[in-house]
Ligand binder design. Structure first.
Ligand code: SAH
Ligand code: SF4
Ligand code: F3S
Length: 499
């Protein structure tokens, strides 16, 4: 059953895992082969790069073939029931491989590990190790424990862990786009959502380490960073002057950080919010594009919008999940904004950032949703004219507020019919948005060859639309090109470079 449509990878929880390839390093695990597969959101993929970094320090090499691995890790997602079903099915395939190689270690990481904890070991006998998202530093010990014949679990959540000091091993990369995690966890208790339980309390990463990581990526040829967090607009970091780090290699860092006197004792304190962090990253270099995800409608400020307007290299694209267009349902969802508030934020984006692309997430068939309330979601989508949307049927998650308080009373066929209706509407609108681009010249970051032909390049516009255009020898992947959009399919612009 289709439960989402998506055009970029940032929000697509249905992605299949990809094997990570590591450089071998001398160590006590030298020669041991590791296979990692990731599911879920971009943050999980980013975490797998942290895991890869921790294990490469231990001497692990990776393999893209799980059947000959010594250790298999599956980094999991719990967001909807079908995300978990996918992982369970994959574990069945790993069971066959372990049957042939009984010494193989199978580990479950990520959100399902955190949700099910040691229950996983009872439910899935082949699993040897269960590790939550804040416990990856403990992986070497946990693997040792399994090597000595025990099962191992660490699902402790942390209020501080941001893995700020670990440089992710960039794997399966095109060398051009990278995800950079800026915060972890979530303090919003949306009633349908499992994330606060699987990822713990919200904490922001030291901005100096973020700027350093982005600078390093730029120096290595990367040209686009996507700053990741469940709610990037609530990014907040403060540090007193006495603890301040040396100035990182970016001009403007000192100028742009919002310095204020702390109410406690007059000590100079430096506070960085999301708008100032965006500015710090944008200042690294005009050729480094900056994207971010996800914005929360209750927190996105005009300050962020003005910062986006000020810097050409901050992409004019905002993912602003609405979930529902009806205020009563939004209240039951505990989203803490209503229809009017959301419309006010959309109007602010249109006013401050004309031409900005907007995408969203929608849930159909949340508890007690009536047909009229669903129609308000439809009318919201028509009002905003979203460029893309990720659309899902409500899936009750054990332990969430909604599961405790409300009955999951909308029949599956009604959820599915409502989903079908909005998917059809969105496809029409997405296509309409692309048609509006025809005849216009767009700045595209060339990401590589198109999937279909080595004669074509592909890359995204500032507004995150995919553009395919004939290779021109003067341009290489990682460079920007001005491309005239000449035609389009339902989801892709087709054009040619204008010199
Ligand atoms: N932090 C982001 C969302 C992360 S989860 C935000 O607040 O916008 C990504 C999307 O999955 C959500 O926006 C929501 O649309 C969907 N989702 C989350 N829980 C769900 C559930 N129980 N059933 C169906 N969809 C869900
Ligand atoms: Fe889940 Fe809401 Fe947090 Fe998003 S903001 S991760 S939907 S609790
Ligand atoms: Fe899934 Fe966890 Fe991300 S539940 S969507 S992998 S934060």
């Amino acid at each position: 059953m289709m439960d989402l449509i998506s055009q970029d990878k940032t929000h697509d929880e249905s992605r299949q895992g990809e094997a990570l390839i590591l450089e071998p390093v001398e160590g006590k695990n030298s020669g041991r082969k590791l296979y990692i597969e990731s599911y879920g959101c971009a943050m999980n993929f980013s975490d797998s790069e942290i895991v890869a970094s921790i294990l490469s320090e231990q001497g692990f090499e990776t393999t893209g073939d799980y059947t000959n691995a010594d250790v298999i890790f599956i980094n999991t997602c719990s967001i909807r029931e079908n995300a978990e079903t996918r992982v369970r099915n994959r574990l069945k395939e790993f069971k066959v491989a372990k049957g042939k190689n009984p010494g193989m270690v199978v580990g479950v990481l990520g959100c399902m590990a955190e949700r099910l904890k040691s229950k996983f070991l009872e439910e899935e006998k082949l699993v040897d190790v269960v590790v939550g998202p804040d416990a990856y530093r403990d992986l070497p010990n946990l693997i040792d424990q399994v090597d000595s014949g025990q099962k191992a679990v660490n699902v402790l959540l942390s209020r501080e862990e941001t893995y700020a000091d670990i440089s992710p091993v960039r794997l399966n990369t095109n060398g051009i786009n990278a995800f950079v995690s800026i915060m972890r966890g979530c303090d919003n208790m949306c009633s349908f959502c499992v994330v606060p339980f699987t990822r713990g309390r919200e904490r922001s990463r030291d901005p100096y380490s973020i700027v350093q990581e982005c600078q390093d990526l730029f120096d290595r040829g990367y040209r686009e960073v996507t700053l990741l967090g469940q709610n990037v607009d609530s990014y907040k970091w403060t540090q007193s002057a006495s603890q301040r780090h040396p100035t990182p290699g970016t001009e403007g860092f000192e100028n742009e950080a919002d310095k204020k006197v702390s109410p406690a004792g007059g000590d100079l304190e430096e506070a960085v919010n999301f708008a100032s962090l965006l500015e710090m990253v944008a200042l690294i270099h005009p050729d480094l594009r900056v994207r971010f995800s996800t914005s929360h409608p209750k927190d996105i400020t005009d300050d962020v919008l003005y910062t986006m307007a000020k810097y050409e290299n901050i992409c004019k694209y905002i993912h602003l999940p609405v979930q529902s267009g009806n205020s009563r349902i939004l209240e039951l969802m505990n989203r803490t904004y209503d229809r009017e508030w959301y419309i006010n934020r959309i109007d602010a984006i249109r006013r401050i950032l004309p031409g900005c692309a907007i995408s969203t997430d929608v849930i159909t068939g949340f508890c007690t949703e009536t047909e009229e309330e669903h129609k308000e979601t439809v009318s919201m989508m028509e009002y905003v004219q979203y460029d893309f949307a990720y659309m899902f049927m409500y899936s009750e998650r054990p332990g969430t507020l909604a599961a405790k308080r409300y009955e999951d009373d909308i029949p599956e066929e009604v959820k599915a019919a409502r989903l079908k209706e909005i998917v059809a509407l969105q496809q029409k609108m997405s296509h309409g948005r692309l048609l509006q681009q025809l005849g216009k010249v767009q700045k595209v970051l060339i990401e590589g060859f198109s999937k279909k032909s080595k004669d074509d390049y592909c890359g995204r516009t500032d507004q995150n639309a995919m553009m395919v255009f004939p290779v021109n020898e003067k341009y290489k992947p990682g460079q920007y090109a001005y491309v005239m959009a000449e035609s389009c399919t339902t989801a892709t612009l087709i054009g040619s470079i204008v010199d």
